[in-house]
Design a protein around this ligand. Sequence first.
Ligand code: G3H
Ligand code: 13P
Ligand code: ZN
Length: 309
Amino acid sequence: MALVTSTEMFKKAYEGGYAVGAFNVNNMEIIQGIVDAAKIEKAPIILQVSAGARKYASPIYLRKLVEAAVEDTGLDIVLHLDHGDSFEICKDCIDGGFTSVMIDGSKLPLEENIALTKKVVDYAHAKGVVVEAELGKLAGVEDAVKVNTKDATYTDPQEAVRFVKETGVDSLAIAIGTSHGAYKFKGEPSLDFDRLETITNLLPNFPLVLHGSSSVPREFVDFCNQYGGKVPGAQGVPEEMLKRASKLGVCKINIDTDLRLAMTGSVRKVLSEHPEEFDPRKYLGPAREAIKNMVQHKIKDVLGCSDKR
Ligand code: G3H
Ligand code: 13P
Ligand code: ZN
């Protein structure tokens, strides 16, 4: 049991044709729900902390809570920085005990993204920490309907090869049609599997990452709204597509929005059925259980990583 890097996890995932779930964490109940699920399913697990989560909780709290989860569960856990946007935040996390960082230079011109990523890789590798980078832009719904958007924003396979070679990065997040949040597609969901296969063929045995991979099940949204929520209709990535991607070199699948919906739906239910309640444990306890159930479902039925620990 320890905080570990993702190197071995990704090697096994690649060979086994499954993906490891990377779930965003913001507080104790979310961490406990996720690791409970991983423990029951005997699954590898990545807990990721965004810059916003670090700011919300203050950096030391989430790290200490994840360390507590390692000690409490006996699991090997990857502690990962999600969407680091500068060398400084990556350095801070590396120095502070993270085992994996993402440097997200995807908004920069290619040369600048390469230079920034390489700087982070050099620093991280010297300290035994692994690095994820991103190439291509995760289009929002509005971008996705524009003609020629794919070539302008999706990951270019040849650039991906050059990027990996020149940076020495350990994994790469690619853009093939997913996007962050609850509203990912206007109309039919579609991912560019041809592009994914081309990248996988050009970069054999190299772990790819899919961001924006919540499925936003209709039932989650309806459940929230049944108890007073006003979450508008949403459209996520169908689970079948995630299963397919995990057999094509995608070793890490990022999920946050589905956690948010599961947690919020549960809190709404308790407070609407028991309006007299004001003990936070009475609504955060069930919320933790809702997170556990959702993560268990992802591990078992979508990612295929049960019993892969
Ligand atoms: O990709 C972003 C994650 O969903 C984290 O979101 O920056 O609001 O914590 P956040
Ligand atoms: P979702 O918004 O689809 O959950 O994506 C989360 C993510 O990519 C975190 O980096
Ligand atoms: Zn992301």
